[in-house]
Design a protein around this ligand. Structure first.
Ligand code: ADE
Length: 221
């Protein structure tokens, strides 16, 4: 998979060079490139934002630098994504679907938003990562990329995927590692029993209880 990120703040993306995402890149499963939108500005001061017509608070990102940046990276099979609180709320199913794409282009807005004409020039899917407002599209882009890459074949083992939260509309059960006792707190006995059937039963019960308490809406799906 190829991922292009267009941002005014390319330095924000160091997270992508760590842990599982770094490993996915090193294994050749994903190729991530970041373009600085400012490099595409035709303004002599490399200006990328301006006041909104009609007045109002804050600045908007200008259409020209974004238009040219998209033109540079977009191919026939590219899926363009704009993180925005106006978008569809991104979930596990979206991550699985996007993991099948060949080329994702994340367009990071900043300030109070972007000139709306951008969405007339290109077919751009908007996603929100939750009902709150962030300063820019950089964090949502990293959140989505992390979650999408976990679903790309070869990035994780099949086991770790099938057990994790949302894989069956249930949240994950509690897990423990050594030591078996820490400051008098012991791990649940069943996990040390070696009885795999009993362990699976306990985990399922715990998953169901946690889901019922924290996210009853998932059980209705
Ligand atoms: N940009 C600002 N807030 C956002 C949100 N909640 N989700 C996605 N993009 C955003």
């Amino acid at each position: 998979m190829k991922i292009d990120i267009l941002s005014l703040f390319p330095e924000s993306f160091s997270y992508l060079n760590s842990s599982i995402i770094l490993r996915a890149q090193n294994k050749g499963l994903v190729d991530i490139d970041i373009q600085n939108i400012r490099d595409f500005s035709q303004d002599k001061h490399k200006k990328c934002d301006d006041y909104p017509f009609g007045g109002g608070a804050g600045m908007l990102m200008m259409v020209q630098p974004l238009y040219d940046a998209i033109k540079k990276v977009k191919k026939r099979n590219s899926m363009l994504i704009f993180p925005s609180p106006r978008g569809k709320v991104f979930n596990h199913e979206d991550a699985k679907l996007l993991a099948k794409e060949k080329h994702l282009v994340f367009i990071c807005g900043h300030y109070e938003g972007v000139d709306e004409r951008l969405f007339e020039f290109f077919d751009i899917k908007q996603y929100s990562i939750g009902d709150y407002v962030l300063t820019g599209g950089e964090l949502p882009t990293m959140v989505m990329i992390d979650s999408i890459l976990r679903q790309v074949k070869g990035v994780l083992t099949e086991d770790s995927l099938s057990e994790e939260s949302f894989s069956s509309n249930l949240l994950e059960y509690p897990q423990y590692t050594r030591p078996a006792v820490f400051k008098k707190k012991a791990v649940p006995k069943v996990l040390l029993s070696g009885n795999h059937q009993e362990i699976a039963k306990w985990r399922k019960e715990m998953s169901e209880n946690i889901t019922k308490n924290n996210r009853p809406d998932l059980l209705k799906k």
